[in-house]
Design a protein around this ligand. Structure first.
Ligand SMILES: [Zn+2]
Length: 619
């Protein structure tokens, strides 16, 4: 038996590891929280079992204390006062619409409105350790250095205060949801092959350590909770989680003398734990594919039409689950919760918090997007502080396709909006490379267009380069090989190379690490001789459609030499084109009437006006 167990444990770990030197840290949490719903303060105890799988000896550990960002004078506050286009949710316009003057909402928070996490005690293996709070980061100096392969246990007690809702987390959001508890606990920072990722909380999102969570939340019995994990005591809790239904009378009797309930959740193999709570949540459930329970928690005092939207959302969410299972890979957890809360839409482990007072299209579209993040962030956990485009862009790509199918949109190019947004960015003069860290963009708008739109186009355009079939295969292989890990841009590129047999280093470099742009043009047509020109700074393989004077058409494909191969195509394959060569001439069999470069418009050419050329026939 032992041998079998040993093998079973090893197989999933090693068979998927593409790099035999790959390792990742492990952080298992046991937490209990006592929430005071009147003061918005909570007392917490946390036991963190931290395993150092790295080859390095660690002397220091870092935790994130995200709630400290919601204090006047924090880095988040100061950044908000200086960025030219602050997030509208985080500021008040004290000027006019024409001449706005933005005031940071964080700068105005009173002591009982700010967020904080204060560490009371911290021990390593039962001995007190030295720690220091530096803004949103806690620095811990270990008593005993942690050797490669060793485990250590960190016991902590802390006090938290839930901030007035300004961004993502908080109390009493604009729709009156009491508690949006995201990024709410002391969370160990990730340490990987690049070192520590102890980034201050300025605006952007996640990089966390994989682990198992065991969380107990004690809260006023009137509150209904939803979030990450599986409820362990559903019949004690009720609130729509119970498996044994009680009569109203029996329920009254059961809960009469109780003031608070303790909700016990476990969540295996996640890198975050989120929850939300409100005394007025309606809680519906529905079964999705592979016995996944879908939970929907939304305010029972929404307008009638909005309540109907939340009902209609439920079967669509099940359809999105099936779509992502089929087109990326199987959802591995037992539940997913769509919860009204937060300040827009934001993805978390096994759940999303989304504002609920939306029209139907918006509720569905945002849910499709946030749910897709489960695959591109909560299972393929790229560091989105550094590689934001792999998270937002890939999510946008797959949710565009899911919306097109599930909502029967029948769009010829479901990514058209992203292409337009990217081209606007590329011609705006404020574009910065995608490889810039998410918090460091000069403009929020440029960050958004780069991460979401240019990231979406990265994949859609890769379909143009390697072929649609190869792209679909790449996505599935990427998920299989890198789920429950922290893949990097290179891991994705290697997967696409292995599937397609083409060389793609140039694509990753130019698209993600530079602001080079694509602009191909037709220079000249001389009877049956066609000359194309590369006017842009980024090269591409070229699909060309030629219409002859006799009315027939022929498709040609010009491989980019750097690919060292070609995509599967039914077009006539002609000589390759090296990026060093500014122009390219080819001869066809008959006199030409017109030529079009990339009629599918999946190549992100920033000036399409020179992609079509028609021969003017003089009589
Ligand atoms: Zn997103």
């Amino acid at each position: 038996m032992k041998k079998i167990t040993f093998l079973l444990l090893l197989i999933p770990f090693f068979s998927n590891a593409q790099n035999p030197n790959y390792w990742q840290q492990q952080a298992d949490y046991t937490m209990s929280i006592d929430m005071n719903v009147d003061t918005y303060q909570y007392d917490g105890a946390q036991k963190l079992t931290y395993t150092n799988n790295s080859p390095d000896t660690l002397h220091t550990l870092f935790y994130h204390l995200y709630f400290n960002a919601f204090q006047p004078g924090s880095e988040m506050d100061i950044r908000l006062q200086h960025i030219k286009d602050p997030d509208g949710r985080m500021v008040t316009n004290i000027g006019t619409k024409e001449a706005p003057i933005f005031e940071s909402r964080i700068s105005k928070l009173q002591p009982d409105e700010i967020g904080f996490i204060k560490i009371n005690t911290l021990q390593q293996d039962n001995a007190a350790v030295t720690f220091e709070t530096i803004g949103t980061i806690l620095k811990v100096t270990l008593n005993k250095p942690l050797q490669p392969g060793e485990k250590t246990v960190l016991d902590m007690t802390f006090k938290g205060q839930v901030p007035v809702q300004i961004r993502r987390s908080g109390r009493n959001n604009k729709e009156g949801v009491a508690l949006s508890m995201t990024q709410w606990y002391p969370k160990i920072a990730e340490y990987d092959f690049e070192g520590w990722h102890a980034n201050a909380y300025i605006a952007r999102e996640f990089h966390g350590v994989w682990g198992d969570y065991d969380v107990k939340i004690t809260i006023d019995k009137k509150y209904t909770l939803g979030g990450t994990g599986y409820l362990q005591n559903p019949n004690e809790i009720g609130h729509g989680y119970e498996t044994e239904k009680l009569s109203k009378r029996a329920k009254r009797k059961k809960y009469k003398k109780i003031k608070k309930l303790t909700w016990h959740f476990v969540a295996p193999n996640v890198h975050d734990f989120t929850w939300a709570a409100d005394p007025k949540f309606t809680h519906d459930t529905m079964q999705g594919e592979n016995d996944v329970t879908l939970h929907f928690l939304y305010k029972n005092n929404l307008a009638k039409e909005q309540l109907e939207n939340w009902k209609k959302l439920q079967t669509k969410t099940a359809e999105f689950l099936s779509y992502y299972n089929k087109n990326i890979g199987r959802y591995p957890y037992k539940q997913y919760s769509v919860i009204q809360g937060g300040d827009g839409g934001m993805e978390y482990a096994m759940c999303t918090l989304i504002t609920g007072e939306r029209n139907y299209g918006s509720l569905i579209g945002v849910t499709a997007h946030e749910f897709a993040h489960t695959w591109f962030q909560f299972l393929l956990a790229t560091n989105e502080i550094k590689h934001e485009w792999m998270d937002e862009g890939f999510t946008s790509y797959i949710s565009d396709l899911a919306m097109n199918e599930v909502m029967k949109q029948n769009k010829e190019n479901p990514h058209e909006g992203s292409y337009k947004s990217y081209i606007r960015l590329a011609t705006s003069g404020v574009e910065e490379p995608q490889s810039l860290y998410a918090d460091r963009f000069h403009y929020n708008a440029a960050y958004g267009a780069s991460a979401y739109s240019k990231g979406d186009v990265f994949l859609a355009q890769l379909g143009y380069i390697i072929g649609e079939n190869n792209l679909q295969k790449t996505l599935k292989k990427y998920f299989e090989d890198f789920k429950f890990k922290h893949p990097t841009p290179n891991d994705f590129k290697r997967t696409a190379e292995k599937v397609s047999g083409l060389q793609l280093d140039w694509y990753l470099n130019e698209w993600t690490q530079t602001t080079h742009t694509i602009d191909y043009a037709i220079k000249e047509i001389n009877s049956s001789v066609v000359t194309l020109e590369n006017k842009g700074s980024m090269p591409m393989p070229i699909d060309v459609k030629v219409m002859y004077t006799d009315g027939s058409t022929e498709d040609f494909y010009i491989p980019l030499r750097m690919l060292l191969g070609q995509k599967p195509t039914t077009a006539t394959i002609i000589n390759d084109w090296s990026w060093v060569q500014p122009s390219y001439t080819f001869t066809v069999s008959k006199p030409v009437k017109s030529v079009e470069i990339d009629s599918s418009q999946r190549m992100a050419d920033i000036d399409r006006s020179n992609n079509v050329f028609e021969v003017i026939v003089k009589d």
